[in-house]
Design a protein around this ligand. Structure first.
Ligand code: NAD
Length: 411
């Protein structure tokens, strides 16, 4: 299933509510620049392997391209294009002055040693160097990429241009110009939105059950924050499977177990389930926080949650969107729910440029009004247009991107 065609279906649906010149629509349907690299890496055995990497610079209408780098065996140009498009929408939804981009390498990082991963990342960074930088394109971490890797990319870029440029990339370790609060930012941003939604729906966290798919930077922290706030997390999962206890799990203990054993298999006091079964559990909130295309036309009919809260990018296909909406399920779209990550990445860039750093309290105090404000605008617009939250979010973003393109002119 083409992820980019899903993204274009969402664009088409929202376009019915926005009036923009034809040439602007034509620009929005395709990336401004698509980069594809192949490059050699010396493996520990001495053999040389050639890898494929991508960077899609989708829209610079509102500022430099911004978006993560993903390492995954299924990563390809189609996926990266879709993710770059969604980044353009997301930055506009958050109202931050950035465009959208995304990148990645087709690789299973679990099969590489630490040394191989560093050589792979540095080789990719050398290819990216002419095309990135604080005023041009600012990458960040995504699936299977880490703050340490961001530091290596910044280091390679800085060597190429002959000076230290911390604003080349965000999601860096604090020691080299990272921002306080960047690691929990995506999940914390999601929590600000979730709290607003609960008050709209007049639901108390203590009476709400939830499942979280994916236990990485986003899902792992989201589960912990939800648990702290009083939600009952009945199931969690990683790429190897899920665990379920209707009385509730303690995400801190689950994470500790995963850290020690490498997976959730054998976790005591919980039933083992597949990721497919996890998506169909009877709960109030389903939080997909792993990969795209998890809720499709094939399983949407069996989703029993009242709310799908998209912390992953693109977890729900357009056909599934329709089916869930018909069943009255509220979908909080990725471009809103997980926008806290890119917003604090923007704060990191601002701090790097200013050479003046904020404490975590200041970061969160700036993040909260952006997330709450975006939620309120989208909720209001959805009511006005009598449409779903995703379409409302796209409408707001397309107006902002479209007006920037119009203001820049046709020539
Ligand atoms: P990560 O690499 O830290 O974690 C990914 C998690 O998903 C891992 O626990 C992995 O085991 C699990 N997983 C992989 N395939 C799975 C499957 N089929 N079923 C269940 N679990 C599976 O990645 P992350 O940074 O947490 O990103 C997760 C999602 O959130 C992605 O869609 C990413 O684009 C999105 N996102 C991330 C950020 C960020 O700041 N890191 C910001 C916005 C959006």
């Amino acid at each position: 299933m083409s992820v980019f065609s899903n993204a274009l279906t969402q664009l088409k649906k929202a376009s019915q509510h926005v009036s923009l010149p034809d040439y602007v629509w034509e620009r929005l349907k395709r990336p401004e620049r698509t980069l594809q690299f192949s490059f050699p890496v010396v493996m520990d055995s001495g053999d040389i392997k050639v890898f494929e990497g991508y960077r899609v610079q989708y829209s610079s209408a509102r500022g430099p391209y911004k978006g993560g780098l993903r390492y995954h065996p299924d990563t390809d140009l189609d996926e990266v294009k879709a993710l770059a498009f969604w980044m353009s929408i997301k930055c506009a939804v958050a109202g931050i002055p950035l465009g959208g981009g995304k990148g990645g390498i087709t690789v299973d990082p679990k099969k590489l040693s630490a040394g191989e991963l560093e050589r792979l990342t540095r080789a990719f960074a050398k290819r990216l160097a002419p095309f990135i930088g604080p005023e041009q394109d600012v990458p960040a971490p995504d699936v299977n990429t880490t703050p340490e890797m961001m530091a290596w990319i910044m280091d390679e870029y800085s060597k190429t241009v002959g000076r230290q440029v911390p604003g080349t990339i965000t999601g860096k370790p604090l020691a080299v110009g990272g921002s306080q609060g960047r690691t929990p930012a995506t999940a914390q941003g999601g929590m600000y939105v979730l709290t607003e939604l609960m008050s709209k729906l007049k639901l108390q966290p203590k009476k709400v059950t939830a499942v979280v798919q994916g236990m990485g930077n986003v899902g792992g922290i989201m589960a912990k924050l939800m648990h702290q706030a009083g939600y009952t997390i009945v199931a969690m999962s990683d790429s190897r499977g899920a665990i379920y206890n209707p009385k509730g799990l303690d995400p801190v203990m689950v994470e500790k177990y995963k850290h020690e054993k490498g997976s959730l298999v054998g976790y005591s006091g919980a039933k083992q389930l597949s990721n497919k079964q996890l998506l169909e559990l009877p709960v109030t909130i389903l939080v997909p926080a792993a990969l795209e295309n998890q809720i499709t036309k094939d399983n949407a009919g069996r989703v029993k949650a009242k709310v799908v809260f998209e912390m992953a990018n693109g977890p729900t296909t357009p056909e599934a969107d329709e089916k869930l909406s018909k069943k009255g399920i509220i979908i909080v779209p990725d471009v809103l729910a997980n926008a806290g990550g890119v917003t604090v990445s923007y704060f990191e860039l601002v701090q790097n440029i200013q050479q003046y750093y904020w404490d975590e309290g200041e970061v969160m105090a700036k993040l909260k009004p952006i997330m709450v404000g975006a939620f309120k605008q989208i909720w209001h617009r959805a009511e006005q247009l009598k449409t779903d939250l995703r379409t409302a979010a796209f409408v707001i973003a397309l107006e902002r991107i479209g007006h920037a393109l119009e203001a820049k002119g046709k020539y």
